[in-house]
Design a protein around this ligand. Sequence first.
Ligand code: BG6
Length: 483
Amino acid sequence: MQDIPAVMIIFGGSGDLAHRKLYPALFNLYEQGLLHAHFAVIATARRPWSHAFLQEQVADAIHEVNPEVDEEHLTAFASHFYYQSHDVTKVDHYVTLKNLAAKLDQKYHAQGNHVFYMAMAPRFFGTIATHINDQRLTSTGFNRIVVEKPFGRSLETAEELNRQITACFEESQIFRIDHYLGKEMIQNILPLRFANPLMRQAWNHEQIANIQVTLAERLGVEARGGYYETAGALRDMVQNHIFQIVTLLAMPEPTDPSANAVHQAKQTLLASLQLPTPEQVSQHFIRGQYAASDRTFAYRNEPNVAPDSTTETYVAGQIKFTAGPLAEVPIYFRTGKALKEKMSRVDVVFKPVKSFYGEATANYLTIEFDPKNCLTLSLNGKQIKGPGLRQEQFTYALSDYETSIVPDGYERLLHDVFVNNSVNFTHWAELKRYWEFIDAIESAWQAENATGEPAIAQYPPYHYGPHSSRKIFATTDMKWIYG
Ligand code: BG6
């Protein structure tokens, strides 16, 4: 692999994301030689750290995930890190930052290549982008910017942020990150659909009855009550992760594997996304909040959460497209905090058939990507004794060895930023459609909240969420495959 020259500037370099994800990912890329002699990282944040203290933090971050690390390599790696105490609202701090970046560019022969990474609280993204522009922080080589989620909290705010960023960066230089697109089984959706003759034949509205996407979490909001109050499950999980998964499941076949072709296919699909009316929202969407258990708080009693909060910690709903391979097929989704267990999966339910055995149980295919990486196909076979059919399940799971070599999502996605492959990042045209859908639901909910009696179910923690979630199905005999 090449030794890509670049100076990377991380806004939010003392934060949790940098510590847990970015530093370990960068170390692995360094060990693979993608980044080596010609890279430097400037971590910025408000705290008054020294370069040496940052380097110790970087080393600690790597030790936490890899206690057996080669210490010489680690010391060499950490020596590429520099710290600048930075108040994102102060213009002169950007001047200092620019000078430091220029100095490091010379020292490391980084060829004027810059990667900016927004890993701070999202309310600062716009300010940072504006000052990158007005203080001309971009350089003479390649300039790329990585933006964490949430990218806005409505279409309007996302558009404003996009305007601030595009003042300085072209769409092809903007990497809107969604860590779900770095997950192994999510990256496996397109090969599964398009490289298997069996799946290619069956992946259409004639054969598929519905799809169910579940992103369940065991944890509550923990210390993030303040942020969560401004987001809710719909913005936090559906606007990005669920939509990305659904788009991969429903898009037409791209003409080739390039980023352009994949984004084009996604946009073709999204042009046919049905935006729900308020009536459809009340019929097909369920929101809930977790109640207390013997040992845990109800959402409304979590720190920094309003006691009369109407923010949802659970949402179930339906997405439909009018065109594409799955035209009119209901894609049901649900996501929530404080549910029975961590479980991220997709169940593809095929249409049942009548045969000389009568109506057989529908086949389904499960793609699980957390906690395990596996695929399960349910097929009907004969009973060993007696007449009739039984359902059998065939599971393919990654072996322990395979699991151990799956790179972390952030490592994959950072790699892609350095090699300039945006296939697993969100294009503005896609993000815009996602927000249009979310805004349609939010505005229906706001109207309902204004009546003083919002339909927000309180659900017992550590189960499967509100019972009413079954209400979203087209017919009363339908059910969730999982749970
Ligand atoms: C984040 C959300 O994007 O995804 C969190 O902000 C959520 O609320 C997390 O917990 C889930 O990610 P994963 O990879 O653990 O499924």
